[in-house]
Design a binder for this molecule. Structure first.
Ligand code: SAM
Length: 231
């Protein structure tokens, strides 16, 4: 999979892809993340990328032309499954969207800044709009990093044990059960007996029950939806 991220603040993305699982995915040749500085596509000798908004009001707006230039350049080299704009009024990012995007080959993620981007970019070039939550960030970079991480870890071969992602929260509409490691007792705080029993059928049953009770109490919205779709 190849992910191209378009941003005015490439330095904000120096860290997230240089460590841990996303780094390993790139080293294994399973994913490529390319960060592009939109400023290089700016207009005139000042490389202008934004302007004041029509109608007046505070905040600059990112212009069409620099974004069109870079999107067209990328599209001339690769075929993209989606051109995604990170935006607070987009579809709320969820595990199901991450699962779906992890099956794609090439993605563009466009990060906004300032007041946002000229609406005509959204209508003419964007195929999907994604929000990472009901709050406003200063720019789309952190949101793009969230999406990139959540998607890349699902690509087969990225995690050392592929079944691990399947037992994470939100897969199967359940939160993950609690986990423990050594020592089995610390300051008198013990680990549930069943996990030490070696009885894998009993362990699976316990984990399932824990996942269900956690989902019911912490995320009744997910539990009730699951319940009605199964009923
Ligand atoms: N004026 C916009 C609004 O009220 O919807 C907010 C602009 S915000 C300051 C600048 C950029 O940050 C946005 O264009 C978007 O790319 C990104 N951004 C902010 N919050 C986000 C969120 N919750 N999810 C995804 N991207 C976000």
């Amino acid at each position: 999979m190849r992910i191209d991220i378009i941003t005015l603040m490439p330095a904000l993305l120096d860290g997230p892809f240089a460590h841990s699982i996303v780094k390993r995915a790139q080293e294994r040749g399973l994913a490529e993340v390319h960060v592009h500085d939109l400023r290089n596509y700016g207009l005139g000798k000042h490389k202008q990328v934004d302007d004041t908004q029509f109608g007046g009001g505070a905040g600059m707006v990112m212009m069409i032309e620099p974004i069109e230039r870079i999107i067209n350049e990328l599209k001339s080299k690769n075929e993209y499954d989606e051109v995604i704009f990170m935006t607070p009024d987009g579809e709320q990012f969820k595990q199901s969207i991450a699962n779906n995007l992890s099956l794609k080959t090439n993605l563009i993620l466009l990060c906004g800044h300032y007041k946002g981007i000229d609406e005509r970019i959204r209508t003419q070039f964007i195929t999907k709009e994604v929000s990472i939550g009901d709050y406003v960030l200063s720019g789309g970079e952190l949101a793009a990093a969230v999406v990139t991480d959540a998607v890349i870890r699902l690509i087969p071969g990225v995690l050392n044990d592929e079944t691990s992602a399947l037992s994470d929260s939100f897969q199967d509409d359940l939160l993950a059960p609690p986990v423990y490691t050594r020592p089995a007792e610390y300051r008198g705080w013990t680990v549930p007996e069943v996990l030490l029993s070696g009885n894998f059928k009993a362990i699976d049953k316990w984990r399932q029950e824990q996942a269900e009770s956690r989902t019911k109490s912490r995320r009744p919205d997910i539990w009730n939806k699951k319940d009605s779709s199964e009923g």
